[in-house]
Design a binder for this molecule. Structure first.
Ligand SMILES: [Zn+2]
Length: 299
């Protein structure tokens, strides 16, 4: 099936005519989320023109067996291209408040990851997928048998090292864009196919991958000098290293699994649309991290 990258409505496989009509209906209804999406992803002067369907088809077109290239391209264009994401930009020369904002909004996101991964395990019988997700859950909660080395523990340590008490991070309500993003991820986890859950959550970890620049990104998730910078606490460095060396590298395996199963299960188009909805949610969440940084700065 084909699916709308904005609202998730479904159409027959390869039915870009219906998808184009769906966009046109929403443009005529002045639906801002569809209008914003189509203008920024498939910019055209006239969406009523005959070439719209072709342009839409071209946007989703992938070479056989190359879903991963398409995923990388969309990810790089959105976060690491000519106009990098503002939060990622702030991670190039971070200040103390950068890590405060990062920790504060990232905590609820990590909690949702664990839930989404558990849903994948509950919904699939594939051994390779189950063991992959089990390892990720374990890495988020208990790493190498130690709860104090997990993703969540290191995240809270990072917060504390820049003056933000762990309890504050754990008990503060996330900002609306993060809440909105989490609502989407959780609803995909509850109602979606396990492969869609992987597309919505596991593939987001590619932003931390050390391969971002190799795949065409102008910058990586954080600046080259950050790890050597003397003022940056060791706890922050430990978290950043974990993101790159464990979370980011694991994402390559997720991408291989998603590529393999989306072809086996004939779900390539659904995976594409779900991934697009999810990177839009991630963009909102990163915006919330940037807003938090401004709030801490203003104090
Ligand atoms: Zn739609």
């Amino acid at each position: 099936m084909t699916s709308c990258p904005v609202c998730g409505e479904r159409f027959e496989i390869g039915d870009y005519n219906s998808l184009a009509s769906h966009f046109n209906r929403n443009i005529n209804k002045n639906d801002l989320s569809h209008i914003d999406w189509i203008r920024s992803n498939v910019p055209m002067a006239d969406y009523e023109s005959d070439t719209f369907v072709e342009r839409l088809k071209a946007y989703f077109e992938i070479k056989p067996g190359k879903l991963s290239d398409w995923i990388w391209k969309r990810l790089i264009d959105k976060f690491f291209g000519e106009k990098p994401n503002p939060f990622i930009e702030s991670m190039q020369r971070p200040k103390k408040v950068t890590f405060m904002g990062y920790s504060m909004e990232n905590y609820p996101y990590v909690k949702q990851r664990v839930k989404s991964f558990a849903y994948v395990i509950a919904k699939t019988d594939s051994d390779d997928v189950q063991s992959y997700e089990a390892e990720l859950i374990s890495h988020d909660l208990v790493y190498n048998g130690k709860s104090n080395a997990s993703n969540i523990a290191l995240l809270l340590n990072m917060a504390e090292s820049v003056g933000l008490p762990k309890e504050t991070v754990m008990n503060t309500m996330p900002l609306p864009p993060t809440l909105h993003a989490i609502k989407l991820w959780n609803s995909i986890a509850e109602t979606g196919h396990w492969l869609e859950i992987m597309a919505s959550m596991n593939l987001l970890d590619l932003v931390y991958s050390p391969r971002v620049t190799e795949m065409g990104g102008k910058i990586s998730f954080y600046g080259k000098g950050v790890i050597d910078n003397e003022w940056i606490p060791d706890e922050v460095k430990a978290y950043l290293k974990l993101s790159r060396d464990v979370t980011g590298k694991n994402a390559d395996v997720a991408l291989e699994l998603v590529e393999k199963y989306s072809e086996d299960l004939n779900m390539v188009e659904i995976v594409q649309a779900t991934f697009l909805r999810s990177i839009d949610a991630l963009e909102r969440h990163l915006q919330a991290r940037a807003t938090r940084i401004k709030q801490f700065e203003a104090r």
